[in-house]
Design a protein around this ligand. Sequence first.
Ligand SMILES: [Zn+2]
Length: 82
Amino acid sequence: MAIPYRCPNCKTNRSRFNFIQQVPAYMKIHPETGEIIEEYTSENLEAYHFKYSGPQYKLQCGTCGSIGEEQSFAAFGSMNQP
Ligand SMILES: [Zn+2]
């Protein structure tokens, strides 16, 4: 389903957007050194390791560079024109 978007920051851009994929990299790091000990995929993630549940992508305005949630761009896009 296509949704009209509009940037809530500059309020003028309705056609140029950067879709930024949110791809989690699951890893276990050493608590003192920060060194990566183990990397996981969402399939072999340990039971107590919280799985990413945020949005699939964020949007960046192609005019002013503002980055935000897709919902806020969609909400602004469906509002009546100024
Ligand atoms: Zn903008």
